[in-house]
Unconditional design. Structure first.
Length: 288
């Protein structure tokens, strides 16, 4: 009699556990974060541990997609889950249905996490905790809930360009015996794109033979460039010069460059044709 009673208790406990697990949704990642202009995506797979038919809804437990250091927050108005038919907008602490009468337990369903129209997202790891709920579509009974951390990993991207414009210094007959400053005909713009804090330097390792003393400075910059070289600096072979620096994100920020030349030691410029390589380098600014 005592043995039978113990067996009954064990069976009853097992049944309760099975009931609690029914309808539990499992979500997992399917590939890396894909970054495009004004759109970031990451593919997900969603399935259940049984073959039930459910309405599936999600509820954000955070009010934003947040970088791990807490310094960048992407509001939910830019964050969506796509069910291969439409983008589902999510509201903080409210359920949004992503599938209706979804038959689970077979082939996993595809879901895409999207951040759209936010602009350039600074590099880093972003997280959004959500609660997933399965509901019986006929009785509206909640069958199970689970939590999942939606994560985007944004890689560092940086580039600079002159958009085809070349800095040139032309010395005419009227300048031939000038000992003063002769500057570039135009002030080409150096364009910067970076999703991490950035610094642009001038590397003069391969600067070449010079007609005189060459100088460089910036004469203008876009509003988000926080620091730029405003005083003339002598360009010397092997010397690294800081041109500009700024914070992320930098989306087509620019600095306008002016180069100039003066005769060495007060002498007139030596006749000839000179090609001098100015190598501008962008790197992540870790100094601030």
């Amino acid at each position: 009699m005592k043995k039978a009673f113990i067996t009954t208790i064990i069976l009853f406990t097992s049944l309760v556990c099975l009931k609690a697990d029914a309808g539990l949704v499992i979500m997992d990642y399917n590939g890396e974060t894909i970054v495009r202009p004004n759109l970031v995506e990451r593919n997900l797979l969603i399935n259940s541990n049984d073959g039930g038919e459910y309405d599936i809804a999600v509820k954000p437990l955070d009010d934003a997609l947040v970088r791990t250091d807490g310094e960048v927050r992407i509001p939910l108005q830019y964050v969506y889950l796509n069910n291969n038919r439409e983008d589902i907008f999510m509201r903080y602490n409210e359920y949004s249905t992503i599938f209706r009468r979804a038959i689970m337990g077979g082939i996993a369903k595809n879901v895409v996490l999207k951040v759209r129209d936010y602009g350039m997202i600074p590099a880093g790891v972003y997280n959004l905790n959500i609660e997933i709920q399965t509901v019986d579509p006929d009785t509206s009974t909640v069958n199970g809930t689970s939590t999942f951390n939606l994560q985007l990993i944004i890689p560092k991207t940086q580039d600079i360009s002159f958009h085809g414009e070349t800095a040139q210094i032309s010395v005419g007959t009227e300048d031939a015996f000038s000992k003063g400053k002769i500057k570039t005909d135009t002030n080409p713009m150096l364009y910067i794109n970076s999703n991490s804090d950035w610094i642009v330097t001038l590397d003069t390792t391969d600067f070449g033979e010079t007609a005189g003393n060459y100088y460089i400075r910036t004469v203008a910059a876009s509003s988000n460039v926080q620091q730029r070289l405003q005083e003339r600096v002598l360009i010397e072979p092997g010397k690294e010069i800081i041109i500009a620096r700024g914070k992320a994100p930098a989306n087509n920020e620019y600095v306008s460059i002016e180069c100039s030349v003066e005769g060495k030691g007060g002498k007139v410029l030596k006749a000839g044709s000179y090609v001098n390589n100015l190598d501008f380098v962008i790197t992540e600014d870790r100094g601030r």
